[in-house]
Design a protein around this ligand. Sequence first.
Ligand code: HEC
Ligand code: HEC
Ligand code: HEC
Ligand code: HEC
Ligand code: HEC
Ligand code: HEC
Length: 426
Amino acid sequence: MCGHLALLVLLLIGGPVSAQVDQAVYDNGEKIFKANCGSCHKPDKDMTGPAVKGAKERWEGKGDVHEWIKDSQGYIKSGNAHAKQIFEEHNKIVMPPQALSNEEIDAVLYYADNFAPAGAKKGAEPAPEAAAAKPSSSWQWLVVTGLILLLVLLSLGGVRHQLHNAVREKQGMAPEPAMGTWGRICKWAVQNKGWASAAVLLLVVWALVLLWNWMFNIGVYGGDKVAHYKPSQPIAFDHSLHAGKDNLAINCQYCHSGAEKSKHAGIPSANVCMNCHQAISEGPKTGTAEIAKIYEATGWDPAAMKYTGQQKPLVWNKVHNLPDHVFFSHQQHVAVGKLECQECHGPVDTEMDQVQQWSPLTMAWCLECHNTKEVAVAGSDNGYYQEIHRRMATTPMGQGELRKYLEDEKITVRELGGFECAKCHY
Ligand code: HEC
Ligand code: HEC
Ligand code: HEC
Ligand code: HEC
Ligand code: HEC
Ligand code: HEC
């Protein structure tokens, strides 16, 4: 029984290691992919070219995928049937020759095969709770190792007990009854008080770490668990197309006008879309299909060029959702704190054809920024800060914390009260 358990534990330890991704090869592949392939391919979705994921497998036994990538047209001419078939299946769009070595191609294919959606690896700074999760996992390994040792000790105990009884039998005495597992653990604990208390301490600390992580992650999407939550939407609205600098570059607040003056940034009504889409009925990727849904929602008849009065309001699915007990105001952060939307929402304008939850929205995430973010209080033309600065500067030295904060010329959100429970909790 113990042996089986130990084996199971060993298997569990062995499992995740073999499934690990070689980060160096992955990153290299990602770089090459973005530079050479990204304009036509996505790793996991069809675009101009098919999804690259699984290409190596698809070519297995039918041809050399390296030859295809280096010079697809040449490979077709050389008479490879699979190459010809792919070309025809994709409406004979020519994939240009790629000047890459076999090694580089392998890296790209590796990247595509192991692609983690939504750039789980992209954020330059690790999510704060990723750091918090580390101790937990190493603690978990420590505990597992401890358990194995305990199991080994216990089974040794069993063997010793059998030997002991064999000796007693030889001497003509009755065998001692075998102790249950718990009995043996208790006996061992009584005899080894130091080790036993260390083990208990370890378990308690482990439980506390788990509890801590759980508290910081409760009730939220994003973070490690559901990285970059991205619900489906009634219209395939593309942020990178509308807000991207190289594209239409529409200001975020043209559509999210609440951000500067209220708690909520707000989602624009379909009428805002119609400011432009009355005239634009076709897009580069989705043709007329998606824009037609705006017409349906607003009751616009593009043929007659008039509203029919039959509206069908759009219901966008919420991407971000803080628990009800948390207070968050966009105005405080955008108008007062002067933060860019991207600091919290990520590269919406450059990378998101579909908007997604970029930050974990955990308490740890809020506090991490409040702890380090400097606020330009001194010399601010912001009335709110001028008042705070006046109070700081007029508090006599040695009285209260305000003056102390001013000394290092650096004022963080935390020093202004950004760590006070009541500021964020109702
Ligand atoms: C200019 C657009 C373009 C670029 C750039 C491009 N491809 Fe392609 N690729 C295509 C098209 C289109 C096809 C479909 C076959 C065809 O029509 O020739 C294709 C097909 C493929 C296939 C075969 C698909 C399959 O299922 O077997 C692979 C593999 C592939 N490309 C990999 C790459 C890689 C890797 C890069 C970058 C190093 C790259 N492509 C760059 C357009 C492109
Ligand atoms: C042309 C209008 C338009 C512009 C410009 C625009 N958005 Fe949006 N945004 C929308 C619409 C419509 C939705 C709801 C549909 C969706 O989630 O894709 C949305 C959703 C969002 C959401 C998710 C809301 C939720 O449900 O939690 C965020 C965050 C967001 N936008 C940020 C931005 C940022 C940052 C910019 C500027 C870089 C920007 N938007 C520019 C129209 C726009
Ligand atoms: C300021 C003008 C403007 C506003 C406002 C605007 N769009 Fe667009 N939209 C465009 C333009 C221009 C295009 C076509 C771009 C092109 O052809 O390159 C487009 C394209 C699209 C497409 C097709 C995308 C594709 O890849 O095929 C969809 C869908 C779309 N818009 C939805 C919306 C929705 C939904 C809203 C409102 C929330 C909205 N747009 C608001 C200007 C606008
Ligand atoms: C300090 C971080 C932060 C900044 C800066 C920020 N947001 Fe948000 N945003 C959030 C959080 C947190 C939520 C979730 C709020 C909730 O669920 O109550 C959110 C929700 C949203 C939503 C959906 C819900 C709503 O409030 O309407 C939109 C749209 C949005 N943000 C757009 C923007 C835009 C546009 C900007 C820049 C002008 C911006 N945000 C700046 C953190 C931020
Ligand atoms: C990227 C940095 C950043 C993140 C992330 C962030 N904040 Fe802030 N927050 C600020 C800044 C800067 C201010 C300063 C504005 C001011 O002076 O009030 C601020 C101020 C506040 C205030 C007002 C504090 C006061 O003293 O009046 C509240 C409340 C608040 N944030 C809540 C939140 C909540 C809740 C979250 C997480 C959901 C969050 N913030 C995430 C940067 C951030
Ligand atoms: C800057 C904003 C901010 C401050 C300050 C803050 N919290 Fe939070 N807190 C949050 C956010 C956001 C969540 C929801 C996300 C989460 O659970 O991690 C949260 C969640 C919690 C939860 C989990 C509740 C649940 O079960 O969902 C507890 C408990 C909590 N906070 C207690 C506190 C206490 C105690 C303080 C003061 C020491 C405090 N918070 C200060 C933002 C804040």
